[in-house]
Design a protein around this ligand. Sequence first.
Ligand SMILES: O=C(O)[C@H](O)[C@@H](O)[C@H](O)[C@H](O)COP(=O)(O)O
Length: 256
Amino acid sequence: MSARRVVVHPDADVLAQATASRLLTRLLDLQSVHAPVHVVLTGGTVGIKVLADVAAHPVRDAVDWGTVHLWWGDDRFVPAGHPDRNVQQAREALLDHLPTLPHENVHTIPAARPDDPGFTQDDAAREYASELARFAAPGESTPQFDVLMLGMGPDHHVASLFPGRPELEVVGVATTAVVDSPKPPPLRVSLTFDAIRSAREVWIVAAGAEKAAGVHAGLSGASVTESPVAGATGQDLTLWLVDAAAAAEAGAGEHG
Ligand SMILES: O=C(O)[C@H](O)[C@@H](O)[C@H](O)[C@H](O)COP(=O)(O)O
């Protein structure tokens, strides 16, 4: 039975610091019972701030980064190294500061190849699905994600699953290409809901008044077509990590 919890922090800075502490604690706990550990990272303002706070955290080096595998919920289909790439932002915030994290544990969503225009976002989505399958148990299409973090857009999107878009309906595969994303850049690759919902724990991290309607929608069972965040749930736990401004429209009954 999956649980849902809501944790409200005073502001975005405390939210990011607390989420960094929570992630490191979760990694340490998980590593005391199993290895490897699979974590899915998110882009977005708070998502990247969390990574910077992990980098600066005093217990960062207590984690055995050698057995941590990092994945992404989505990325922008632009050339490698582009500042819009979630992985590029993650590298600068955290990965470049983790010398013991093996290169082969960093599972980036394939980037656009300017010298190979025939390599499309569909190819990138297929390639990422193959990489996920390589770490999956027989019959599964993804590794067992221990923690999957998601930011949420003001339009209630998660990963690159936007309201009213056909990608919301993609089932039976772990990844999807996205064209015409309403948030630039237009070309992206995203995990599907099937992949997101296979995670043991989904952590939705949101700060600011512009996220309040999305938090309310997600917690009150809105339609996934209108509020994709409502479809992001974990097998064991769906954890809403929000600041006070983002929690402003969530009723008392929605806090559990
Ligand atoms: O690639 C993306 O666009 C992000 O992965 C996206 O899903 C992000 O997490 C949210 O839009 C929240 O972003 P902010 O925290 O910057 O609002």
